[in-house]
Every structure is written in C-alpha cells, then in structure tokens.
Design a binder for this molecule. Structure first.
Ligand code: FAD
Length: 418
C-alpha cells in the first residue's frame, strides 16, 4: 500500500483519488477551496455535460492537442466507462443531442456529489481549505540521496497547514481558465520547480475580439446556420458549420469557440476569417435568389430587398462590406455590384484582433509537456512517483463533454496504475 497525495478536487483529481483508493492505497486529496469541484458547478451551463458517448476513435477526432498521447487512456477508460462509473454510484444519466451526457437532474452538483461519494466509498480522505504549496523530491531533500544516475522520487508534500510524507503525488490542479474556480496554474509552477517543461499557455474555446467598431451594431445577433472558415494564405486551417453570436467584444458561439482552439497559436491578424451566411446555396443559386428578390422589390431601396434574406441587423453591415449603398434603388444596382454582394454573403470578412482572456476561456491550451510523461501511467519520466492528470497537461478538446472525459480518463490512468 502506498501513500498517495492528490492535489486538486476537480474532475481529474477526484477520479484519480477514487482509482487509487479502489486499488487499496492510502489516499489524501487536497482542495484549496471550501468545496470540491467548483468548476464542475459551472460546466454545461450548470448542467455538466460530463462526457460524450461516442466510440474512442470518434472521441479522439475531437481532441485538439494531445490526441496521440491520449489514445491509450481514452481506449482504456472510454466515455462508456465514465457513464457506467456514475451510474454505479447512483447518478441517473441521459444522453442528449450530439451524444452529450448529462445528469438526468440537470444539476452539475450531482456529478460532484457522485464523485465524492465514490471517493469516500474507497476510503479517500478529503482535505478542504488546504492549499498545497510545495512538492519535495529526493533531489531537493539533501539528506536522502545524491541523484547522480538515480532518478529522483517524490518524498513529501507541504501545504499551508502541514507536511505529509508520501510515495506518490498526483497533480490535478487544472489550467488557468476561470481562475475564480481555483484553477490558477499552481500545477505549472510545481512542474517547473521539479524540472518539467510547460508549453506556451493559450486560451482555448474562447470568443474572439474583432477590430474596429462597425460590428458593434450586430451585438446580440445570433446566426444559427452559418459556416465559419479560417484561412492562412491558401490553406484552410478551420471550417465548420453551426451557430455564431455577435457580442460587445466581437464574436462567440460554438463554431467560434472551436475555431479559437485551432488558431490560438497562429498570427491572428494574418488569418482570413470569413462567415458564409448562406452555406446551403452556391454562388449561382444565391445570385438567382437575389434576382428574384430584386424583381419583387425593384422600386425600393436595396436595404428593403434584403429583409427576407438576412436578419435586419446584418443588412447594413453586409452592404457596407460589399461596397453597395444601402439607399441605392434596386433597379439601379449593377450586375457587378450584385456579384460583390453574392461574394460577401458567401465570405463575410471578420477582422480578428485577439483571443478573449483566461477569465472567459473554457479551457487552457498548453501545459505540462507530454513528451515528459508516460501516457499509460501519467507518471513523470523525470521524477518517480510524480503524476499529472487533467487540464494541467498539454491536452485539450472541442466542446461536447470531451474535456471532462479527458480529465476522467487521465485521472483514472494516474490512480489505477499506482
Ligand atoms: C464555464 C465552463 C464550462 C465548461 N463546460 C464543460 C462541459 O460542459 N463539458 C466538459 O467536458 N468540459 C467543460 N468545461 C471544461 C472542464 O470543466 C475542464 O476541462 C475540467 O473540469 C478540468 O478538470 P481538472 O480536474 O483537470 O481541473 P479543475 O476542474 O480546474 O480542478 C482543479 C482543482 O485543483 C484545485 N487546486 C489548484 N491548485 C491547488 C493547490 N495548490 N492546492 C489544492 N488545490 C488546488 C482547484 O481549486 C480546482 O478545484 C468547462 C469549463 C468552463 C470554464
């Protein structure tokens, strides 16, 4: 039996503690907040979309960073095992659109309660309001051994209250996003002190700030069936269909959040980002449709001819981007102007300034360098007994329950292989 200390009472830490407890180890879990799973409470708009019920291969297609590293963990502990786990500990689960799994109660707190119940059933001791400040390895503890040729190992953990001897430390401290939930990057500092590399940290699944002021008139406008394309030179780096939403800062919504995770390491201002407002119509069909509308509204100004095609708020914006005056009478619109309008409807340009900040990002992209971690056990290749799981690792995925499943699968791998 080993003495295991888990740092962090979020999705990854709770699952890791459970898995280690199930194996019969003595497990202490430290959470600096007054309660467990503060971030879990706000997931899935308070309903917690805790996994996505798809087969591992399809799951892995939704991983943005770390797909190869996560392969083993996701195959060993796939979404179906997560669902079974929750059901075994009394949570009723429902699957919604897009294979998203939620508690039937629609209360994220029930997910946390179930994780806590599972941990307690295998004897995990939970220490709330206790912040881990330092992890000590043999290389730091000079009284133990010289580490020439010998891999150092974990010996101790220091909190703001006490010191604990331990054989294994599992770091499950999360990333940097929504720091008010306790995810303040402590794990990166521990890792660096212990000789690990932390890759560049960027916001993932976040909105995009737009340049200029003209988009502000669109604030509050939701576009349901549009397609977003991001190009770097001639190369399409992202393209998806779905919902986008204009806000006071720029643009957000599901397809924008996903795009942000893909482009967050690229020079944003050099990217060509466009919205196809009519993805179901090709240019020719759209032109015919415009001609029909123009015929109907031939004695009106062009603004009025577009009211059936576009939401009111968007008409002036699109006409401005096409270089056509909104007051122009329809019967004076030239063929070439109509052509420009068609092109704009299919490729409305958005000028991206920057990503929104960590305060609003759903995940952190970047983290503990995966080349330094054993993907089967989540153990450090540098320090024996040191493990990492969840968002603190350099892994992230799209929305849909994938990020929590990554936390559960890596947490389970860390705890069950001690
Ligand atoms: C608004 C929002 C909605 C989301 N919705 C979903 C969703 O529906 N589905 C989904 O899959 N993903 C969702 N995510 C992402 C998902 O919540 C995270 O990826 C996941 O919870 C990460 O789990 P974790 O355990 O690795 O880290 P965290 O949940 O961040 O947990 C880390 C814990 O460690 C504690 N801690 C940190 N440092 C210390 C220390 N020094 N000592 C003691 N304790 C410490 C923190 O207080 C925290 O409780 C959402 C994220 C946000 C912000």
């Amino acid at each position: 039996m080993k003495k295991v200390c888990v740092i962090g009472g979020g999705a990854a830490g709770l699952m890791a503690a459970y898995a280690a407890g199930e194996k019969g180890h003595e497990v202490l879990l430290f959470e600096k907040n007054e309660k467990l799973g503060k971030k879990i409470y706000i997931t899935g708009k308070g309903r917690c979309n805790f996994t996505n019920d798809v087969a591992p291969e399809e799951f892995l297609q939704n991983v943005v960073r770390g797909e190869k590293f996560l392969r083993g963990a996701i195959y060993s502990f796939p979404s179906q095992k997560t669902i079974e786990f929750f059901e075994r500990y009394g949570l009723s689960v429902k699957i919604e659109r897009g294979n998203r799994a939620f508690p039937v109660s629609d209360h994220a707190s029930d997910v946390t309660k179930t994780l806590e119940k599972a941990c307690k059933s295998v004897g995990v001791s939970i220490r709330l309001n206790e912040k881990v400040e330092k992890i000590l390895s043999t290389s730091e503890n000079t009284s133990t051994m010289s580490d020439i040729g010998i891999m150092s190992r974990i010996v101790k953990l220091k909190t703001d209250k006490e010191e604990y001897d331990c054989d294994v430390v599992i770091v499950a401290t999360g990333g940097l996003s929504y720091p008010s939930t306790g995810s303040t990057g402590d794990g990166y500092a521990f890792a660096k002190t212990l000789g690990h590399t932390v890759t560049d940290l960027k916001c993932g699944l976040c909105g995009l700030n737009l340049t200029g002021d003209d988009f502000k008139e669109l604030q509050g406008l939701t576009l349901k069936n549009v397609s977003l394309t991001v190009k770097s030179g001639a190369k399409t780096v992202y393209s998806d269909f779905g919902e986008a939403l204009f806000t006071h800062f720029g643009i957000s919504g599901p397809i924008v959040l996903s795009a942000s995770s893909v482009i967050n390491r690229m020079p944003l201002q050099a990217l060509a980002v466009t919205l196809d407002l009519k993805p179901a119509l090709d240019e020719q069909t759209l032109d015919k449709r415009l001609l029909r509308e123009f015929e109907q509204y031939k004695n009106k100004q062009i603004f009025n001819a577009l009211t059936e095609l576009l939401p009111q708020k968007l008409i002036s914006f699109v006409l401005k981007a096409s270089g056509v005056s909104e007051r122009k009478p329809v019967n004076a619109v030239m063929k070439e102007e109509r052509g420009r309008l068609v092109k704009t409807l299919k490729n409305l340009p958005l000028r991206i300034k920057s990503l929104r900040g960590f305060e609003e990002a759903i995940v952190t992209s970047g983290g503990i360098s995966l080349s330094e971690i054993n993907p089967k056990t989540m153990e450090s290749k540098k320090i024996s007994g040191l493990k990492f799981c969840g968002e603190v690792l350099d892994v992230d995925a799209f929305t849909g329950g994938f990020n929590m499943q990554i936390a559960f699968a890596t947490g389970y791998a860390a705890g069950s292989t001690i």
